[in-house]
Design a protein around this ligand. Structure first.
Ligand code: ACO
Length: 332
């Protein structure tokens, strides 16, 4: 989707934010019929973060965005566009990005959300990349922010143990000679499993009635087994395509920053791509699945602790509700 254009974008800075409150597997053992052992063995998750009362998606997005702007050496006034990948905006309407724009103290620049579930950040990154490639914009803020704890059924052990809250961000800018670049992005949707991962009530199809609330139809529903199978296949395929676009092979990849949905999915993708798991940035043990926030949180962590260095080739891939999935290949 990106190779061959003379103008390219690059990541100028990264930032992340996770709420202070930690919810461990041991806490969950007291809430639903589960065990720390089951959760760790099936998913790799030990704990996750939960937003404070009164903390909204745009608050987390703001903290991540401010850190990314600082890392890029820019201020909000330098931005030409704000894109937020999220399925848990502050309100169904308007966009989380509009609240974020207000909190950043800027105006008059486009600010919109992208709804692609866990692939939302990579979708947003690809859109931002296209605007910079055309030369239309100079700086785009790309955020993945998710407050899933408020759309979970805390009595459903098949979903509530998996997810967490958080936000991550990058600032994209035009690349200069000799600098890193967004090398390739790939976006996909296969709607054959459109209802395998969804929130059934609260949209135009089903209103949030008393019956819907009682049946928890306003909360996340997931058929995990269906998604698991398709995730390994599609994440591998999308990653291979991003590498082929850039005429690179798996051995050229220094780091993979995968969506942190399940350690077993990531391990199987690693095997199929023939990239050692040691080259994957993993933090699912501490944050669980933060949907669209998971890649930018892990990316920021690895940049700040020095694992990811300037010049490194980084592969990212994510899959979620839709089923939508995506990959991106970036030189830092
Ligand atoms: N604790 C204990 N037992 C549990 C729990 C739990 N928290 N949850 C389910 N079980 C039970 C089930 O009831 C089932 O019992 P049964 O055999 O008696 O019926 C058993 O454990 C096995 O259940 P499975 O669903 O087969 O477990 P699986 O190994 O598939 O793991 C999981 C479930 C972790 C959800 C896995 O399927 C998965 O990771 N799927 C993909 C998730 C994903 O990637 N989603 C996309 C991103 S999310 C987004 O877009 C917002």
């Amino acid at each position: 989707m990106s190779a061959g254009s003379p103008l390219q974008s690059r990541i100028l800075g990264t930032g992340a934010y996770t709420p202070e409150r930690v919810l461990s597997n041991f806490h969950l053992e007291k809430m639903v019929e589960t065990s720390d052992e089951w959760i760790r063995e099936r998913t790799g998750i030990s704990e996750r973060r939960i937003a404070a009362d009164g903390e909204n998606t745009s608050d987390m997005a703001l903290a991540a965005a401010q850190r990314a702007l600082q890392a890029a050496g820019l201020t909000a006034r330098d931005l030409d566009m704000i894109i937020v990948g999220t399925i848990t905006a502050d309100m169904p309407m308007p966009a989380c990005a509009a609240f974020l724009q207000s909190k950043l103290g800027v105006t008059d620049i486009p600010a919109f959300d992208v709804s692609a579930a866990c692939a939302g950040f990579l979708y947003a990154l690809s859109i931002g990349d296209q605007f910079i490639r055309t030369g239309q914009l100079r700086h785009v803020l790309v955020v993945g922010a998710e407050l899933l704890s408020r759309v979970l059924d805390w009595e459903d052990r098949t979903t509530c143990v998996l997810f967490g809250d958080g936000a991550g961000a990058v600032v994209l800018g035009a690349r200069k000679e000799g600098e890193g670049a967004v090398l390739s992005t790939r976006l996909y949707t296969d709607s054959s499993l459109v209802e395998s991962l969804c929130i059934r009530a609260g949209g135009s199809r089903e209103r949030v009635t008393a019956e819907a609330l009682a049946a928890k139809r306003d909360k996340v529903y997931m058929n995990g087994r269906d998604i698991f199978k398709i995730a390994v296949k599609n994440l591998t395929r999308a990653s291979a395509s991003a590498l082929a676009d850039a005429k690179l092979s798996a051995s050229d990849v220094r780091w993979v920053v995968p969506h942190q949905a399940n350690l077993r999915i990531v391990s199987q993708v690693a095997q199929r791509l023939e990239i050692p798991i040691e080259r994957f940035v993993l933090n699912i043990d501490r944050y669980g699945n933060t949907s669209s926030a998971s890649i930018p949180i892990a990316l920021d962590e690895a940049v700040r602790d020095g694992r990811i260095q300037s010049g490194d080739t980084v592969l990212m891939c994510a899959l979620g509700g839709g089923i939508s999935w995506a990959s991106a290949l970036v030189r830092m």
